[in-house]
Structures are given as structure tokens and as C-alpha cells.
Write a protein that binds this ligand. Structure first.
Ligand code: HEM
Length: 418
């Protein structure tokens, strides 16, 4: 689907803080996870604080780092200004901490955190929009990036308006806009970005080719129309529009899963490494969330809806992101430290640059924790939920150790040589 070139790729020193900061936020969020419980509702402010710490500090941070790398690689033009990326991560990190504290304890600082996050995302959006303008061939990737960025812009503007209401008394009806915010940022940006990026990364790492791409094209259309119609439904307070739009999103997700199956069937690399197993858990969770979500929607079952979101976020998002870090970081480190030495001395293989033990531990603790925590939500058992959360917390420590290990691979050797 995409041609991949490294000609315009930014330096590793620019991208590495995103992965380091992302894995630190991930560990902090997972260590705090056992504080939550099964009786939480979507309006519980502790849950809102935790959700932003995790989604902004980990999910968005890693996506921005990966986009810094991938946008020029797949669009085959350089960033409008790659230096913007030196600003995005510190603003996002500090803004996330202020927002988390604002939600949890000091509502008056919420708008300050909100504005920092908003500015960091506007910089990201401005760079991406100006980079897209340089592209001559408007491919599906270009459309994908344009559509997801428009959803992010709308989503964070709605979020900021709600933050002004909580922190400074602006008159926004939070009940009306909350679900629109969630659908725009989680569906319109995070999920659709993962759909777009996975079409580059899965065939590349699994060595798949020659598969039909019609399902993903249709999936993308259905999901983006669904998200846009949901926003219109929120604007006009139309329950039926919102219902129909979610059905379109679910149908699009089913088509996307079908596409993943086609990619899986044509893969040439058969080994079951940590990346492959992470993809298996991630897509199985997405499929399970897709079974729960329509039942929750039709039956108006809020606790089932929360369980569906758990499997989407804690199963699909986490395993897709962390699984890919085990491929992307070694590749970038290798390119930075070893590619100049090729032909001159012996260089390590990519597989040698993945930590075996801590990688395995993070995988198993996180997978078991995610399944047990999800079962806790489904059966309304706080003990199961907290047990699962504790497992995920241990997994996150191993994830942090693994990221550090991969980032530092060969660093001291290189310094000695200098
Ligand atoms: C400028 C950036 C953002 C601001 C100012 C913001 C603000 C808010 C506010 C005020 C709420 C409602 C709190 C309540 O119910 O009283 C909310 C909810 C939520 N936001 Fe954001 N948000 C931002 C970005 C994001 C992003 C990028 C994501 C996802 C990637 C996200 C995910 C969520 C979720 C999942 C909820 C619902 C949490 C729950 O009900 O437990 N937000 N946000």
C-alpha cells in the first residue's frame, strides 16, 4: 500500500524523548490503576484524571513520536519544520501533569494544563497540515492523515471548552459534549491513526504482500463517516443519529479486522516473537470489544460499555503500541548507531537488540492483568479488577526497563570509541 523510504526521517535524538516520556507516563498511570474500581462511572473525576494521564502522557506521546518518524517516511516529503517536535513533547508532558492534577485536586489549574496540551497539539497539527501541503500525490495515506487530524482538532477544542467550564465556569453542557469528545479523540484520532499506521507497519514487520486492500478502504470510510455523524448528532442532540453512527463505526471495525486477517494470511515471516504475540492479543481484544459494544449500545448497559472501552484501550491500544516499540526502537537505534559501521565491523542483528526476559515478563504480566481486570469489570468484581490492575502495574515496570534497555543498546560502546 505504501512506499517506505528513510530519506526524510528525523534524527533519533528528536524522537527518543517521546518514547522515554511515554513509557514513564505509562508506568505512572499503571501504578495508579489499582486506585480505580468497578463502581466508577464516566463522570467520576478520578477516572477522568487517570484517563488523561494515560491517554495524553502515554498514547498521544508515543503516537506523536511515531508520527514524527512515519509521516515523512510514508508521505515522502520532509517535515514542514522538524524543530517543532522539540517543543511538542515538553509542552504535552507538563500540560498532562497539570491537567491530571487539575482534574483530581485543583480545578483552577485545569485550564492552564488544558492550554499547554492544546498548544502542543496545535503545533503537531500545524506541522502535519503544512507537511501535507507539500505532497503532490494525494494517496489514501494523505487522506487518512488529513481526516484524523481534523477529528483531533475538533476533539481537543471540545475538550478545552469543557475544561473551561470546570475550571473557570464557562457555560458548556458537559453531559452533551462528553461523549462527542470521547468519540472524536478515541475513535476519530487514536483508532483511525492506528488503522492507518498498521497498514504500513504490519506488512513491513510481518513481510506480507499481495493482499486485497478493499476492506481497509471501506473500513476507513465507514468509521470516519460514523465519527463525523456522531459529532453532528451531538450538535443537534439527536439520539437516533448517534445510534446509527456508532453502528457504522462498529461495521467499519469489523471490516478492519477482516483486513488484518488477510494480512495475517499472506505473511511470510512465521516466527512468533514478542511483536507478533502482542498483535495477537491486541486484535483479539479489539474483536472482543466489538462483540460487547453493540450489546451495550442496544441494551443501554453502561457497565458493559465501560468493559468494551477497557478491551479497546487496555487491550488493543496498549498491545499495539508496546508491541511496536519492540520493533521500532531497535530499528531506530540500529540505524543511528550501527548503520555507519556496516561493512567495517561486525554489527548486531535487530533480534539481538530486544531484551528477552524483561520483554517476556512485561508481555505476560500485562496480558494476564488486562484479561483479569476486564473480567472484573464484566462480573462487577472489585477484587478481580484490582488484581488485574496490580498485574498490569508490574508489567509496566518491565516495559519501562525494556524501553530503557533498548534505547541504551550499544550506547556505552559508542561513547568508549569516541
Ligand atoms: C486539550 C486537550 C484536552 C482537554 C482540555 C480535555 C478535557 C476533557 C474534559 C474537560 C473532560 C470531561 C470531564 C468530565 O466529565 O467532567 C474530558 C473527558 C475525557 N477525555 Fe479529554 N481532553 C483533552 C484531550 C483528550 C484526548 C487527546 C483524549 C484521548 C486521546 C481525551 C480523552 C478523554 C476521555 C476518554 C474522557 C472521558 C473520561 C471519563 O469519562 O472517565 N481527552 N476531557
Amino acid at each position: 500500500m505504501f512506499q517506505v523510504s528513510r530519506e526524510f526521517a528525523p534524527p533519533f535524538s528528536l524522537i527518543s524523548p517521546y518514547f522515554t516520556a511515554g513509557s514513564i507516563f505509562y508506568m505512572i498511570a499503571m501504578l495508579l490503576l489499582p486506585m480505580l474500581g468497578v463502581d466508577m462511572t464516566t463522570y467520576d473525576i478520578t477516572l477522568v484524571a487517570w484517563a488523561h494521564l494515560f491517554l495524553l502522557g502515554f498514547v498521544m506521546m508515543i503516537i506523536f513520536g511515531a508520527m514524527a518518524q512515519l509521516v515523512p517516511v510514508v508521505l515522502e516529503v520532509g517535515h514542514f519544520s522538524v524543530d517543532f517536535y522539540y517543543l511538542i513533547w515538553p509542552l504535552l508532558a507538563v500540560g498532562t501533569v497539570l491537567m491530571g492534577a487539575g482534574f483530581a485536586v485543583f480545578p483552577s489549574i485545569l485550564p492552564y494544563g488544558g492550554i499547554m496540551v492544546l498548544v502542543s497539539m496545535l503545533i503537531f497539527l500545524a506541522d502535519t497540515a503544512l507537511t501535507l501541503r507539500k505532497v503532490e500525490r494525494v494517496s489514501l495515506t494523505v487522506k487518512t492523515v488529513a481526516v484524523t487530524n481534523a477529528f483531533l482538532l475538533l476533539g481537543i477544542l471540545v475538550g478545552f471548552a469543557m475544561a473551561l467550564t470546570i475550571g473557570a465556569g464557562a457555560g458548556i453542557d458537559i453531559q452533551k459534549w462528553l461523549t462527542a469528545h470521547i468519540v472524536l479523540v478515541l475513535g476519530g484520532f487514536v483508532t483511525l491513526t492506528i488503522v492507518g499506521m498498521s497498514m504500513v507497519l504490519l506488512p513491513m514487520f510481518g513481510l506480507s504482500h499481495g493482499f486485497d486492500e478493499t476492506p481497509v478502504k471501506r473500513a476507513f470510510k465507514m468509521m470516519s463517516i460514523g465519527v463525523a455523524v456522531y459529532f453532528v448528532g451531538a450538535l443537534f442532540n439527536s439520539e437516533s443519529l448517534r445510534f446509527l453512527s456508532l453502528l457504522a463505526v462498529f461495521a467499519g471495525t469489523a471490516l478492519y479486522l477482516w483486513q488484518i486477517w488477510l494480512i495475517y494470511r499472506t505473511r511470510a515471516r512465521k516466527e512468533s516473537d514478542i511483536w507478533f504475540r502482542s498483535m495477537a492479543v491486541g486484535y483479539a481484544s479489539l474483536a472482543f470489544a466489538l462483540i460487547l459494544a453493540p450489546i451495550a449500545l442496544i441494551g443501554h448497559l453502561e457497565s458493559l460499555a465501560i468493559a468494551a472501552v477497557w478491551f479497546l484501550v487496555m487491550g488493543f491500544f496498549i498491545f499495539l503500541i508496546n508491541g511496536h516499540l519492540f520493533k521500532i526502537i531497535p530499528f531506530l537505534v540500529w540505524f543511528e548507531r550501527y548503520s555507519p559501521l556496516v561493512g567495517k565491523e561486525k554489527v548486531p542483528m535487530l533480534a539481538d537488540m530486544v531484551p528477552k526476559k524483561s520483554g517476556e515478563f512485561q508481555f505476560w504480566f500485562t496480558a494476564v492483568g488486562m484479561a483479569v481486570g476486564g473480567a472484573g469489570l464484566l462480573f462487577g468484581s472489585d477484587e478481580l479488577f484490582k488484581g488485574g490492575a496490580a498485574f498490569m502495574a508490574v508489567g509496566s515496570i518491565y516495559m519501562f526497563i525494556s524501553v530503557k534497555w533498548m534505547m541504551n543498546f550499544g550506547k556505552s560502546q559508542m561513547q568508549e570509541k569516541k
